[in-house]
Design a binder for this molecule. Sequence first.
Ligand code: BG6
Length: 478
Amino acid sequence: IPVDPFDLVIFGGTGDLARRKILPGLYLRFLSGQMPEDAAIIAAARSDHDDDAYRAIIRKAIDEFVAKDKRDAKSIDAFLSRLSYVQVDAMGEGGWKELAGKIRKGMVHAFYFSVGPSLFGALAERLHKHKIADRKSRVVVEKPFGKDLASAQELNATLAQHFREEQIYRIDHYLGKETVQNLMAVRFGNMLFEPLWNAQYVDHIQITVAETVGVGGRGAYYDNSGAMRDMVQNHLMQLLCLIAMEPPNAFEPNAVRDEKLKVIRALDPVEPKDIVRGQYGPTGDEPGYIEDSENPESRTESYIALKLGISNWRWKGTPFYLRTGKKLKARASEIAVVFKDPPHSIFGEQEGRKGNVLVIRLQPNEGMNLRVTIKEPGPGGMRLIEVPLDMSFAEALGADAEDVPDAYERLIMDVIRGNQTLFMRGDEVEAAWAWTDPLIEGWQGAGTKPATYDAGSSGPEDALALMHRDGRRWREIA
Ligand code: BG6
């Protein structure tokens, strides 16, 4: 279904995110027929280009970042003809009149701030001064949304001077992932799971976001951030919220975001013994974190595992174990809901039995898998085994699964539609920082160093111990 006609202005239109994600994503939406005839994409940045030079940059980006079977010469030309470029000085006055001249009346107007947060204020101010933005315009901002509570509050206050909350779209691209939304469909579209979704039946929940890449190339950013700020405060926190929240009364922006916020506010403080931080070491020719970050003294974590508790009626007593890291053995993101054992085994004690687990696999190989107990086939008596009830989305949905839009494609179209459900509200971001800050201050104050782990491993040994001491174990990263 095509969206309404729009003018989308991308500040930072020549930057890495624009070339890797935003413009390839827009091209794919164009290809699918979702972009109306008169949609215009206006890139604004500091460097001096004309429209043709900019189109050449994006042609190259499409070649590099769009799959070959989706690259159709005619469609690419048609898409590029929607693009134009304006040289704009974010901190000065240059280019703003020209930009104003390009904005058409009666369209949806969206401004994507694909630039560092230090420019948000200057951009917002000039958009208003030159009457480019109004009360209906939408503004899209990216992470990092602050580095702690104080800076996030400041950013929110800066944006609030110029835009109402209903106009602000804070992207967490994890919310745009297909399976993440499926999580809500599974929980609230079935009767099967929700009655069991609480501390009475769930033993614990594991959330894993494992990556194989290191931080080489973006060490300077990363070293000031670390896994806690880069991944946990936003992406893992959002996954935790969707898994743990109460059913919203409707799939609507504020109904969903109210419930997520309640989860964050109910999080217990985390004790230092429940946090394990790690840094990958060098392997063979490959540099370790210290070399990648170019900071020999670095105490920044490239891996973190945490045990969390949620103090509310539903979850009191069920631990949530979270882990994320770089240079691990596989790229694997999943949420595993591990159910308790039946209260009594009528089959007697059986060695090595495992209980029910529902695994929601985010990437790669998106799908769901429910481990259930059955009888081992054959005449050997009542021996129990576990088998998976498997649903690979690619298999179940066939060709449709291939057309699933990437997170950015979906989120940008949601901005144009004016749907904020999959975007973070200001108070949510602040609550997440309010929970994160004391943990970071805790280890910074104690001056603790992260443990070194081998690149290509499952992370530091201590992370295994974090679960072992509770009589539990992490799932294999695979
Ligand atoms: C980004 C982080 O937000 O998410 C990166 O800054 C990380 O460090 C990336 O690699 C992971 O995203 P995805 O979609 O590849 O899982």
